[in-house]
Design a protein around this ligand. Structure first.
Ligand code: SF4
Ligand code: SF4
Length: 63
């Protein structure tokens, strides 16, 4: 099943570590928050491993 990263806004502290590790440039700034450009996400999980606060997780891609 295809996975895609999803930001949990209540847990995210906006440190941008996840954006820095993503090789696809998938996580971008969106106003005061961050957003995932789902079309660019490979579901690799590198961003999940990078976040100390569990602010991003992989979820099933909605087709
Ligand atoms: S690494 Fe975690 S806390 Fe930092 S911006 Fe990404 S989701 Fe938010
Ligand atoms: S799962 Fe991989 S491709 Fe998707 S946002 Fe995280 S680091 Fe980038």
């Amino acid at each position: 099943m295809a996975l895609v990263a999803e930001i949990n806004r209540s847990k995210c502290r906006k440190c941008r570590r996840c954006a820095g590790i993503c090789r696809n440039g998938t996580i971008e700034r969106a106003g005061a928050s961050l957003r995932v450009i789902s079309e660019l996400c490979s579901g690799c999980g590198a961003c999940v491993d990078m976040c100390p606060w569990k602010g991003v997780k992989l979820v099933s891609r909605q087709e």
